[in-house]
Design a protein around this ligand. Structure first.
Ligand code: DGL
Length: 261
């Protein structure tokens, strides 16, 4: 017999628009599922806030989605995952709940001791989770953490390819370009500016993003819990935003349709 909750939506959230890059991967991996995406744009960016504040906001987001009947939660934000995932797991032991962390593992396991630049928010780079990841792979690769305050704001305003953004990224990346061979996009907003990063870094530099791995992990967790829907056909995606303006919802839809290459 089917689980009574299996036709419920999957809840996905982020501090704002960034988690839509993860939602895109979830939809590719599980197109038949329904999704509710909550962007907390009113409180973005999270990455320059205190850990306690991020935890409170993260709990509020999870409660909101569970209150709407979500059968599982994807924390589509590296910063919220770093600050709160352990606590969320203990608060909701029966809910399939998956977070996202910078894709350092696949980058570090490339042959030849690569030099990796991890772009992330200041909060992610300061966190214990990041330190633990660094320590796990420091024998395999040289890992440089690059906090990128200010980058999230470009994406939140819908700017993913402007000349001003290009200058911002060039200034940010220039000191590292000679030594690195890989970049990890350690914040879910950054895949939306991937094209520009690729253009600046050049073909030699490989880009890694944890979105697909997170989506696959969520599918596995739902499968184990017997919570995958057996419906056929494409599911629905509902966008919600704490700013509750038509512009935010429109931008969410535009980013969801955007080809990230
Ligand atoms: N998108 C988020 C992340 O993955 C956080 C961005 C922010 O609000 O600072 O880290």
């Amino acid at each position: 017999m089917e689980h009574p909750k299996c036709d419920r939506p999957i809840g996905v959230f982020d501090s704002g628009m960034g988690g839509i890059s993860v939602l895109k991967e979830l939809y590719k991996v599980m197109p038949q599922e329904d999704y509710i995406y909550f962007g907390d744009s009113k409180n973005a960016p999270y990455g320059t806030r205190m850990a306690e504040e991020i935890r409170e906001m993260t709990i509020a987001n999870v409660q909101l989605l569970l209150g709407q009947g979500a059968k599982g939660i994807v924390v589509a934000c590296n910063t919220a995952t770093a600050a709160a995932v352990r606590m969320l797991r203990s608060m909701y032991p029966d809910v399939p709940l998956v977070g996202i962390e910078p894709a350092i593992k696949p980058a570090a396991l490339q042959p030849g001791h690569p030099t990796i630049l991890v772009m992330a928010t200041p909060m992610t780079i300061k966190g214990e989770k990041y330190k633990a990841l660094m320590m796990r792979y420091e024998q395999k690769a040289d890992i440089i953490g690059l906090p990128c305050p200010g980058l999230v704001e470009f994406v939140e305003s819908g700017n993913t390819d402007g000349a001003d953004l290009k200058i911002f990224l060039e200034d940010l990346l220039a000191p590292y370009l000679r030594e690195i061979d890989s970049i990890v996009l350690g914040c879910t907003h950054y895949p939306f500016v991937r094209r520009l990063i690729e253009e600046i870094a050049g073909e030699r530099v490989r880009i890694f993003d944890g979105g697909l791995g997170t989506a696959r992990e969520m599918r596995r967790r739902l499968e184990v819990a017997g919570l995958l829907t057996s419906r056929k056909g494409n599911g629905s995606v509902i966008f919600e935003n704490s700013l509750a303006t038509e512009e935010e919802i429109e931008l969410s839809r535009t980013l969801f349709q955007k080809n990230l290459g």
